[in-house]
Design a protein around this ligand. Sequence first.
Ligand SMILES: Cc1cc2nc3c(=O)[nH]c(=O)nc-3n(C[C@H](O)[C@H](O)[C@H](O)COP(=O)(O)O)c2cc1C
Length: 200
Amino acid sequence: MQQKSMNNLLDFILKRRTIRRFQQKAIPCKILKELIDAARFAPSAANLQPCEYVVVDEKPMVDRVFETLSWAGYIAPRGNPPHGETPIAYIVVLINEKRGKPGIHDAAAAIENMILLAWAHGIGSCWIGSVEREKLVEILKVPSHCRIDSVLALGYPLEIPVVEELTDSIKYWKDKDGTLHVPKRKLEDILYWQKYENKK
Ligand SMILES: Cc1cc2nc3c(=O)[nH]c(=O)nc-3n(C[C@H](O)[C@H](O)[C@H](O)COP(=O)(O)O)c2cc1C
């Protein structure tokens, strides 16, 4: 890969943020399919490929899925998508346990692929682990050999969260204007060379 495009990729990764406020503009079906294709090509332990996906993009179903999700725990309920700014589609990530268990790393790799490709299309997302799974299994008619790993909420962004250098707390916050601030640990605080005692 060329140096310039590698710098662009790093910049792209660093600028991606979780989005929880969305425009009410449909995501083309072609893009939703592309996201699943990106997920399909993610690394997979023993290449078992246990992940399967339910795309939800029809309004009545989108509304039902929304009812099963929890948002931005540290600032609840202020971090909930406001009325009229809720996600426009969801990708529900399943692990087919007949194909591989536990599958959580596979799911994570697949989800990150989808998040980044969505971002490249100008689409924001929120990876949601806080899901009322029993309720969602009923809604989606998920068979018993499949487990819901996560839900990826999607839509064109209506907010621009900003990154902060982490000082005393990992908790994200909203300022008086409603901008979300997300603290990240410093590079030198997490990086060691050769042994855990060595910093450069
Ligand atoms: C495994 C996992 C589960 C998450 N679950 C939720 C969730 O249930 N609800 C939510 O609003 N955000 C959830 N998030 C998003 C995180 O809150 C978000 O990634 C974190 O605050 C850092 O922000 P950033 O993605 O903009 O860097 C989850 C993220 C991950 C990786």
